[in-house]
Design a protein around this ligand. Sequence first.
Ligand code: KG4
Ligand code: ZN
Length: 357
Amino acid sequence: MKKKPIILGIESSCDETAASVVQENDQGIPTILSNIVSSQINVHKEFGGVVPELAARSHVEKIDLITKKAIDESGIKLEDLNAVAATAGPGLIVCLSVGLSFGKAVASSLKKPFIAVNHLEGHALSPKLNSKLNYPYLLLLISGGHTQFLSVQGLGKYKRLGTTIDDAIGEAFDKTAKLLGIEFPGGPKIEEFAKKGDSKKYELPKPIMHKGGCNLSFAGLKTAVLKIATKIKTDQEKYDLAASFQKTVEEILYKKSKIAFKEFKNINTKKNNVFVVAGGVAANKKIRKILIKLCEEENFKAVFPPINLCGDNAAMIAMVGLEKFKLKQFNNLDYPAKPRWALDESAKFLKGAGVKL
Ligand code: KG4
Ligand code: ZN
């Protein structure tokens, strides 16, 4: 029997240095052989956010060791690889350049094809790792840098239905956390604080809740949190603000997802009511719960990648690489790092708003 393709994936777009080996199994499902992620949380936490130069330096220090570990753990030999895939964007250019150059060097030294991958495509297709999922499906991508609804029609075929007009949802979580004195990245801690608080204590705004289709906005919410946070004195008040913030975000996502369901059904005649929620913020259990409830009400199937595949990782990059490999979609070694790279190129500008995203 013909050997199933094996792909090495490399990811360094932000503050995670990651490498992974993925192989297609006999049922045609991409299967993870190894998945190594080295987080830089300790490098950035005292700065309250990712410092690009420090992140890039840390990628340079670790990328070879992480890749060696991924190869060793997978049980394959370097020569067994069919291709090398690396994230080419979007992300921090100094960080992208590290993984991209390294990936190109490995591919070229092995004389194997090189494949440039869009990080967002990795998140978008991540639920296809280790499981079967048919196109089209509706995707809500919620991460530190992105918040968007996309109709995923197939590999490389995306239609954006809505996006944030200002901050990303993960950014709102992290900034709220910072105001409450929580170290970066504070999203998971906000979820913990919220469990101990009263979600009705503070009335927070839900910007563009009743307009803009399924576009979203979090800047006004962040400002409102800032105003309250400056007056807060006790730990209980911190918990209450975290709980009020968490509840507000849940209500925004519930309402906007409901609109996105309608828009998804309008553009897809082929019925496949599947709602995939991916990206770092999809690890939030209460957000999962409210979106599962919505799916039950609206007759959609809810799909969440496993928690360890929600955040940045290289398995999702290797998996996109595998899909592209099967279609012989290879790239030249002069492929550039792209700090901005929309999945739906036709939707770069928000209709009517003149806002570049
Ligand atoms: O996808 P990701 O790892 O990196 C980007 O591509 O941005 O997402 C990171 C974001 C951070 O903002 C982090 O605070 C947030 O995901 N996050 C969470 C949770 N876990 C991670 N936000 C809310 N609740 C969580 N449990
Ligand atoms: Zn990401």
